[in-house]
Design a protein around this ligand. Structure first.
Ligand SMILES: [Zn+2]
Length: 289
């Protein structure tokens, strides 16, 4: 077995703690979704955005009952607000969209703006937004940036007033983004490169702390993915054939219970490498061309 290159991005979401409510800027208050876990870190960040009496709510957490009193408290104490203007979503995964119904029950029939995707929306009625869409509230503007890869319906939201980018699950405060079975790594890398073209001073991710070196972070993500490609190719060239074996060789410092997630990531890379024409698939076995 040949030597495989070392990993670059080694920080992880596990054990990361954050306060339930925090004011991150004159326009941004973060409220934790109360859904911590190996894949959500301290839980989903939900954001109150704007300076007025009715701020926007970006993402709604998973729908856990412990979240609502915190959201109420943040609206009242942190923003001196009377309620919410509307709900905006980054994408339709359950830890972002799951709280919509309970927030609507508490704050009234708020509209929900997201890029429609029948697969995840279910029966939810949404205001269709897409790349370039703008949503205004007092003191802040959100501009949608279509960033598929982690999820096809994913929009990052750019706030020009602070040159801030709400990246949802595309860039995280710690660790790396999962590319699920219905995700697409090629799309994801394209999305990251698109974010690099923006003038960004700070990233507010959907999980973990704010990122104050946005360019370095995004470039590290791209480097990490390029390295994974190399590791996989090196593994295949040295005779490793299956995803399970590749995971064992590449993720020596990752606990076993995360190997299923690692396998998902390795498979996403393998699918991309097949499309790039450098890897061939034969059932469960892969080989370098
Ligand atoms: Zn997600």
């Amino acid at each position: 077995m040949g030597e495989l290159p070392t990993r670059i991005v080694t920080d992880s979401m596990i054990g990361l703690a954050m306060p339930d409510i925090a004011t991150w800027s004159a326009r941004v208050v973060v409220v934790l979704g109360q859904n911590p876990g190996p894949f959500t870190g301290p839980g989903t960040n939900t954001y109150l955005i704007g300076t007025g009496r009715r701020p926007l709510l970006l993402d709604t957490g998973q729908g856990l009952p412990q979240y609502l009193p915190l959201l109420e408290r943040a609206v009242r104490d942190q923003r001196a607000a009377e309620g919410l203007q509307a709900i905006v979503l980054t994408h339709g995964h359950a830890d972002h969209m799951g709280g919509v119904e309970s927030v609507q029950r508490r704050f009234g029939p708020l509209t929900v703006s997201k890029k429609p995707w029948e697969k995840l929306d279910g029966g939810l009625e949404v205001v269709a937004v897409d790349d370039g869409s703008e949503i205004r509230t007092e003191g802040a503007t959100l501009r949608g940036i279509w960033t598929p890869g982690h999820a096809w319906d994913h929009l990052c939201w750019y706030m020009p007033e602070e040159k801030a980018l709400f990246t949802g699950d595309v860039v995280l405060g710690a660790g790396t983004t999962v590319i699920p079975h219905d995700g697409d790594l090629g799309d994801y890398l394209h999305s990251l490169r698109r974010l690099l073209e923006l003038d960004v001073a700070v990233i507010y991710p959907a999980h973990g702390p704010a990122i104050h070196q946005p360019r370095e972070k995004i470039e590290a993500y791209l480097a990490h993915r390029a390295l994974r490609d190399q590791q996989i190719l090196a593994g295949l060239r040295s005779g490793v054939r299956t995803t399970t074996e590749l995971v064992k060789h590449m993720y020596t410092d990752v606990p076993e219970f995360l190997h299923a997630a690692a396998a998902m990531s390795v498979n996403a890379h393998l699918r991309k490498l097949v499309r790039d024409g450098v890897v061939e698939r034969d059932g469960d076995e892969w080989s370098a061309r």
